[in-house]
Design a protein around this ligand. Structure first.
Ligand code: 13P
Ligand code: SF4
Length: 300
């Protein structure tokens, strides 16, 4: 392990590379990353780095977003099979059909979507900025929200709006249940329950806070509480515990793991750097059209 970490450090310097990692990746991958964050923070970071190579540790749509925002950089994904099942629940063709059924509507995609789907959209949102961005649309504006029906219903409910929701969902967050929250509350009385807005409506209602993974990190840092119950992918526990010594973090369930987020390992990060392999390519005109939706979001 130490050898591999040393190899990564050496290769990173010689390749003039930066390693970006999502909060859900393995702890040892987060530890070699230059920056760890949520989807919004990583998208922002990707626009700021001046490295020649970006090694993106996360799932494919995130690496695609980094490439779209940084067309001049070499973006690598250590395991290109690391996809997001939710992102694959709608195709660009299906979205075009939906738009044809709703002339005048604005199409809004969660960042957990393919570049082709983003290219069909007027606006992109992440769980970290969705309410702020969506509040800008007037109440009478018809909105088609894809692909996550849970994030969509969460924003619509918070803003008192009614969206047309695509029936996509995250299979990993389905493992966060009301019964598991009740059991965690029994074991850790008084600890606030933080869940991701990708959780189902009954789970969101049973929680104290509905936050992006970056929002959870901020909440834990700023809260005077000492114990927290976390309802999202368990990879985030590594960062929460590292940043908050003296505070305790309990997963709602140990079963909330995203197999795709775990595909990035120290070995394939090293191999990506050594062989400059698994380049992320986004074809034109998809990249230019998708960039409009992402930049519209970043401008808010
Ligand atoms: P964040 O927006 O909090 O990074 O979450 C991304 C994700 O894939 C959640 O499943
Ligand atoms: Fe996709 Fe869910 Fe994994 Fe996030 S946790 S990458 S939404 S499958």
């Amino acid at each position: 392990m130490t050898d591999i970490v040393e190899d990564i450090g050496r290769l990173k310097a010689s390749r003039k590379a930066v390693i970006l990692a999502h909060n859900y990746t393995r702890g040892e991958v987060q530890d070699v990353a230059d920056f760890t964050g949520d989807s919004l923070e990583l998208a922002r970071k990707a626009t700021e780095v001046d490295a020649e190579v970006i090694v993106f540790c996360g799932v494919y749509f995130m690496a695609e977003t980094a490439k779209i925002l940084n067309p001049g950089r070499l973006v690598l994904i250590p395991d290109p099979s690391a996809g997001c099942p939710m992102a694959d629940m709608i195709t660009a063709g299906q979205l075009r059909e939906l738009k044809a059924q709703h002339p005048g509507a604005k199409a809004v995609c969660y960042v957990n979507s393919t570049a082709e789907v983003k290219a069909e959209c007027d606006m992109c949102v992440t769980s970290g900025n969705a309410e702020r961005v969506m509040a800008l649309y007037p109440p009478e504006q018809e909105i088609l929200f894809v692909p996550d029906r849970h994030l969509g219903s969460h924003i619509a409910g918070t803003l008192g709006r009614d969206y047309v929701l695509w029936p996509g969902y995250c299979p990993t967050h389905q493992a966060v249940t009301v019964a598991a929250i009740e059991e965690a509350r029994r074991l850790h009385p008084g600890a606030p329950v933080l869940v991701h807005p990708e959780c189902a409506a009954d789970v969101r209602a049973a929680a104290d806070e509905r936050l992006s993974t970056g929002g959870m990190c901020r909440f834990a840092r700023e809260s005077p509480m000492r114990e927290f119950i976390i309802g999202t992918e368990t990879g985030i526990l590594h960062r929460l515990r590292a940043e908050n010594p003296g505070k305790a973090f309990h997963p709602v369930s140990e079963r909330v793991t995203c197999p795709n987020m775990k595909k990035t390992t120290l070995a394939n990060v090293r191999d990506a750097l050594r062989d400059l392999r698994h380049e992320v390519v986004v074809a034109e005109p998809v990249a230019t059209r998708a960039r409009r939706a992402i930049e519209a979001m970043l401008a808010v």
